[in-house]
Design a binder for this molecule. Sequence first.
Ligand SMILES: [Zn+2]
Length: 692
Amino acid sequence: MPARTRAGESVNTRLLFTPLSAIVAAALLSAACGTSQTPQQAGPPSARVLPSILLVTLDTTRADAIGPEAAGIATPAFNAVAARGRRFRQAYATAPETLPSHASMMTGLYPAGHAVHENGRTVSSGQPLLAEQLRKAGYRTAAFVSSFILARRFGLARGFDRYDDDLPAGREERVAAATTDAALALLGGQPSTQPLFLWVHYFDPHAPYTPPEPYRTTYSRNPYLGEVASMDAQFGRLVQSFERLAKGPVAVVVVGDHGEGLGDHGELLHGNLVYQSTMHVPLVLVGPGVPADTVDTPVSARRVYHTILDWAGVDATGSLRGVVSEIVLGEAMKPFLEYGWQPQTMAVEGRQKSILAGRMEIYDVVADPRESRDLASTATQSPQLQVAIRDYPVPSAESAKPPDTLSEDARRSLASLGYVSATAAPIVRKGAPRPADMTRMFDLLEKASGLFVNGQYARVIPLLEKILAEDSHNLDACLRLAIAHSSLGHDGRAEEIFRKAGELAPRSPDVRLYLALHYARSRDWARAEPLLEQIVAATPDRLPALEALAVIRERQGRIAEAVGLRQQIYAMRKPSGDELAQLGQLAMGTEQTALAIDAFEKARAGQGSLFAHDLELGVLYLAARRYEDARSALDRVTASHPEFPMALFKRAQVSVLLNEPDRAARIDRARRYADQTTRALIARERLFQGAR
Ligand SMILES: [Zn+2]
């Protein structure tokens, strides 16, 4: 059982492709609308000196909760930056969840393009990322994130020289002040002539809303706004230091990753709907070639990627420094992927926003920003918009690998829209409800999710049963119910419900994964092993599967494979000191000396005086002919160590090899304290013969 089973972790997704007509249509669309032209006057960054770039992402920040037009809140730092730059009044997240939205900013693609539709998934290792490109362009790169949702394991760390996802022990988030301190420590450190790309992510406005003083008091009637105001103050500190300490010109992007429902349309939080409350986000650019103005043309937050590449002199295509006029798309697929409800997409053209989820809704978001008057019966959509929203590829919960039959041209056309294309229609079950009609379930789903994620299995079971009573096709609830029973040792009941989950989603890799973990938990290794092998082969980035398979390989004595799996795991998440020490021992057992030394050294650095493997480390250094290091390590082994005689024997060897004056005394001491094992070794040791 993985330590964390996040809301998004129960259905794997792969793109299926939509029919060929969609490809043609998409090609037309990109030809008709263009995507962007960067006008000549914007040009390359001035004097070809690359600016240092600060990207600040504001989690859960509604467009109407920050900036000069926000009501009931003062955000002076954001306002000051906005006054110097370009503020987009119609910017949209690509999805109302943290990881998919950030993945769009780091890839320039809609979720349909990067395939991360929910939190808890992993950005594919083959997907080029912004930081990688900036590093190639000569940038130093650093990221400071504030939530577990963006931890290294989810795939966005690639390309960052430093990716700081250090959260306070036992917490899943850190406050903006702490994240800012960490980022400022980097800025205050070693000066460099290289330009810097710094990404800072603040998480504070995410529920629960508990702002620090004085914001708690000032905003006691609206603690959500208190969180935003408090974050704004930290943002101000950050920008000020960045502009002061960065060498040369600077550019700043500040953008929300999605908003918060706060009760609009029956949604308190975010993730289930695509109304303005959660999709409309703040976005401001300041930097070379950017005038101080406001822009009312709708833009997608994915363009942050293109804009930053433009500043870095890599490519100006799609940059928001120029004029971008396009249909802006968005999606909220969690209810579809997790609960089997209607897939949800949105498209904004000018002031008209369309939402497609079972049926079409149309709103004028300028005249009616609360989306209270559905104009679907009277308004007309442009043909381009109709195509864009209908053909936005819906992912498939059935995870078949998409056939690779697209022409290069079609692929390019679709890529210009920000998504890879599809060749098969998604499977939407008959009678699937519209998410907007299911708001009565949101609270129950949220409560169940909270209890489940915190491992309160006995308490979550009645809630999950209630959800299934109302919504019997809810795969997420079904799978969680099975896992809850499994965790409580109700093996028979668990297997019965896993069977039901398998009927709901016959090819779901998640059902297979959690069933495999169930077998592993109940020590049914014979049934766990083949399932885990399948899962790891198909999706090598599923951490819980890797962890369970590593345990099985160790039990089977297939140590070299276990070591390989552990290395894969620790590339995705930070290992504990104990885990590193254990890896060191495993690697030692397979004579991978360099790897073992590395693991033990890291364990020692983390554990300090609690580190208990100096003997192993000494032996490894000796094997690597690093005699001085071996001496230091062996000298740290205390007499209370159960294998102290071995330490004395090894220390005597080192002493001879280093030609120390007291080598004879050390050999005598090793003899005197010898146990059965070392007595034989000492007797045979050639180094000791004649070492007087
Ligand atoms: Zn978020």
